[in-house]
Design a protein. Sequence first.
Length: 269
Amino acid sequence: MMTDLQKKEMSAAIIEKALDFGASLAGIANVEELKNAPSYIFAPKLPQEDSVANRESDSGLKPGEVTWLEGGKSALIVAVEHPEDKPELDWWENRKATPGNTIMMKIIDQMCRWVEENYRVKVYHIVYHVEKGGIYLKDAAVFAGLGIIGKNNLLVTPKYGPRVRLSAMIITEDLPSTGTISFDPCKDCDIFCRKDCDPNAMGNKIFTEEQYGQEILPGNDGSYDRDKCNIQMEADIKKAIPITVEGEDEPTIHVKYCRVCEIACPVGK
């Protein structure tokens, strides 16, 4: 059994290696703490007709629930910067993956091999979507000390603002969370993210503390409407056009999803 000091040393080594492999930010979240994070408590309470609650599950879970992998005790969360001047990192090519996702998958694959080889513990490279076996990445990133959930309902980091993409792996060793940070950039902000949002996805408070029994809600204060955001995403899909990519014989379809709330945020600029 590892001592507390050994666990801290293991956490530090894992984070350092993730950064070596190309992560912009990295941290550890403890699974037991995550089970009480806002999204894990909130999502299962959503009405069944809600688009989030109604998403198809591959694992037989109730809407909003998460399945924790056998023996999984800690999560490594990595963030990769997505600069404003590199929109192509988020372009879907024929619905396969984005270049940014490919970068993150490579980092996690490398980390899975490195942790297993160096610590002889089992790890899991988890999928992105919760309903397919993933975890709530933004909550995990908060517990890992990467940032806070802003009024744009995105993870906002001190260095990069909300312009990051997240991925994770589960580790079967009980490592302590690297800790939340004292950081509140939205407190005195002019909420550019909400003012610039075309579908007005954050214009009205649709969830309350009285309804759901918790203070932290989507959009930080209950003002985030995923259905309106999805309308914009569907419009982005319809606008997708074939683009010829160097090295490929056939044109590929690039879906360029809206990033207005990310770009509008002044944090990290």
